[in-house]
Design a protein around this ligand. Structure first.
Ligand code: SF4
Ligand SMILES: [Zn+2]
Length: 361
């Protein structure tokens, strides 16, 4: 196991992790556990693990459980990461591990993200989970990206913040290999950890769960304020940014999404693309019986956001709502059919009126 970074320890063995705003205080497992290492027989309690289930306090030192433990490794079109204005048509190597610092009951990737909750009554089984995923080195990831002619590596599927140590090492090597770096994230990361990753990032898709403080804590067990601060900070660093939000009846509806759009326009820029994701009940973690939005409702929100002044709004429900339209003359400049794209733009400018489309190649 690798020692974690960014934590404070005390003489009593208590540890405070500083990777995300949860700032978990984690209790030590006693020394005899160290001799057993894998610790299946040792009694591990919930309080020995961080909230994300990826960090464990062994006798006053914090270790990561998911370093190099890869749950998914896929070559995909960059559009699958909900990045429509970043290197359109390129391929990315998507890398995911396990664990998350949120608890969204609507999560689609809960089998890998919600491991901490899944082992709640038997925390020691986190070691079995860890071992069930293959160990891959940062170098192997770079080799795979290059062999598959990927332009970028995307840290995605589960929250990349909780694999900070492994992702930093991989990003360092990726930069040397001239690969671009993408994070698909919930944005819930501490200011100091964000500073560590910012120099490496080329593009970010940040998922805003709800534009509502109460729902962030009751539903996702997170906090909206640090997420919004991070969103603004990422945009100011000129890192390519796109935002996603899930449309969910009674939770994240038109009113909340309009408030989010207003924040994007006033605090960042109307050019930032916003992606509407339609909630799917059957694949969710704990909301199988929740109502799903209709396509008509999503198209209504999509139209309203454009009327309200966002330049690029997308919804993956039909070809019309996936295209890139020129915000000035309305001509289609990038047509998307599934993940096939047809570019008609003139190197990032509208072929018809020359308006900038804010595309990074
Ligand atoms: S990264 Fe995990 S252990 Fe660290 S503060 Fe966040 S939830 Fe807690
Ligand atoms: Zn135009």
């Amino acid at each position: 196991m690798k020692e974690a970074i960014m934590y404070d320890s005390s003489k009593s063995g208590l540890i405070k992790c500083r990777i995300c705003p949860h700032e978990c205080v984690i209790f030590p497992i006693k020394k005899n556990f160290l001799q057993q290492k894998t610790g299946v027989k040792a009694e591990i309690k919930k309080e020995n693990l961080g909230f994300c289930g990826t960090r464990i306090n062994l006798a006053g030192k914090l270790y990561t459980l998911n370093y190099g433990r890869i749950t998914s490794l896929e070559v995909e079109p960059i559009e699958k990461k909900l990045l429509y204005h970043f290197m359109p048509g390129s391929m990315t190597l998507s890398v995911g591990s396990f664990g998350c610092n949120f608890r969204c009951p609507n999560c689609y990737n809960w089998e890998i993200s919600q491991t901490a909750s899944l082992v709640q009554n038997k925390p020691e089984t986190i070691f079995q989970i860890k071992k069930s995923f293959p160990e891959i080195s940062p170098t192997e990831i770079i080799t795979q990206a290059l062999e598959n002619r990927c332009a970028s590596i995307s840290f995605t599927y589960n929250e990349p913040t909780v694999s900070l140590e492994f992702n930093l090492k991989t990003m360092e090597l990726a930069k040397k290999a001239k690969l671009k770096i993408v994070w698909v994230t919930n944005g819930f990361i501490s200011p100091s950890a964000l500073e560590l990753i910012l120099p490496y990032l080329d593009a970010v898709n940040l998922d805003i769960k709800f534009f509502n403080e109460k729902l962030y804590s009751s539903h996702s067990k997170g906090d909206l304020v640090p997420v919004l601060k991070n969103l603004v900070k990422i945009a100011r660093r000129k890192i390519h940014l796109e935002i996603a939000t899930l449309v969910m009846p009674k939770l994240n509806e038109e009113r909340n999404i309009l408030d989010l759009a207003d924040f994007i326009k006033t605090k960042i820029s109307r050019h930032i693309p916003l992606h509407l994701i339609d909630f799917s009940a059957p694949i969710s973690w704990q909301m199988e019986k929740w109502d799903e939005p209709t396509k008509k409702e999503i198209v209504k929100i999509w139209k309203r956001l454009i009327t309200e002044g966002l330049d690029f709004v997308y919804a993956d429900i039909n070809t019309k709502t996936k295209n890139t339209y020129c915000p000035h003359c309305g001509e289609i400049n990038i047509e998307r059919l599934d993940y096939e794209i047809e570019r008609k733009d003139d190197c990032g400018f509208c072929f018809n009126c020359d308006r900038r489309l804010f595309i990074r190649e």
